[in-house]
Design a protein around this ligand. Structure first.
Ligand SMILES: [Zn+2]
Length: 291
């Protein structure tokens, strides 16, 4: 279209736009080439009219690094309202720019990166199901277990890359406990707990995953890869860990910020483990300086 639009307007003596005629002629030629049929018949004219009125398709999917495409959610209650966005079920207080995605039940088993599936990013912890809006989750039977997954979720491609990097670097399985939470689900959850509320949780923006298993290999890889940014939250007693891809750097243990933003409490890692990570970071820096 670009070339055609750049030409000055040319209208013939009957007021017909000659450019449109040119476009139509091109399409007629293409149609003849594809079908072998010549112009002049009514059928040909109908087919040509269809081609001329075709609208270009809008981008309605998000593509992840491995080629996976997920649909952007459409429809009532699934797009941001113009007034009072903070009252919207899926409000994003962090303005992450990650659109709300519609996750089909058959999407859940698709790989989103080498070691993780879409289900890992949409997973709801069964005990938090009470806070999830009715009708907005999938119920999936897996052996004797029943699992729950969000039908609509935000998934930050940067989080997908971060989690895959930690998993690949650590070389051990990581079991997801919970991924995305809607804004109001997260709010209902905190309102019901006697905890400091985190209404701006990164889970709401599709930027955080909680894992129900952690060990020194996972933590060492995370501390190395997230040395400059991202959030790491530790939950002692549960052996659980939270990783998020925020652009600032945050460290906490069960709701308490770690002021030095450096290392988890010693009970999570031995002095040797901490030193190993520090050496790895220092080694990288030294190599860079040599160049
Ligand atoms: Zn978390």
């Amino acid at each position: 279209m670009g070339k055609l639009e750049q030409k000055p307007e040319r209208i013939d003596c009957r007021g017909k736009n000659l450019h449109r005629k040119t476009l139509s002629d091109d399409l007629a030629k293409n149609l003849t080439a594809r079908t072998g049929k010549r112009g002049g018949t009514a059928k040909f004219g109908v087919e040509l009219a269809k081609q001329l009125t075709k609208k270009p398709k809008k981008v309605e999917t998000i593509k992840f690094a491995n080629g996976l495409k997920l649909k952007i959610a459409k429809g009532k209650d699934l797009v941001p309202p113009k007034k009072h966005p903070e009252k919207w079920e899926y409000y994003d207080p962090n303005n992450s720019g990650n659109p709300l995605l519609a996750i089909d039940e058959k999407d859940l088993d698709k790989q989103i990166s080498k070691h993780f599936k879409v289900r890992d990013y949409a997973r709801i912890d069964a005990k938090d199901l009470q806070y999830v809006k009715a009708g907005t989750y999938w119920t999936v039977k897996s052996g004797n277990n029943v699992e729950y997954y969000h039908k609509y979720a935000r998934i930050d491609p940067r989080l997908v890359a971060l989690i895959e990097n930690i998993r690949s670097d650590a070389g051990v399985p990581m079991i997801v406990n919970e991924g995305f939470r809607s804004y109001l689900e997260n709010k209902r959850m905190y309102d019901n707990r006697n905890e400091k509320p985190a209404y701006g949780s990164r889970h709401v923006s599709g930027q955080a995953l909680d894992f129900e298993n952690t060990n020194n290999k996972i933590l060492k890889s995370a501390l190395y890869l997230m040395r400059n940014d991202g959030g790491i939250g530790l939950y002692p007693g549960k052996n659980a860990v939270h990783f998020d891809c925020r652009r600032s750097k945050r460290r906490w243990t069960k709701g308490q910020w770690d002021k030095n933003k450096e290392w988890p409490r010693e009970r999570w890692l031995s002095k040797n483990d901490v030193q190993e990570v520090k050496d790895r970071i220092a080694g990288k820096k030294r190599k860079r300086k040599k160049k």
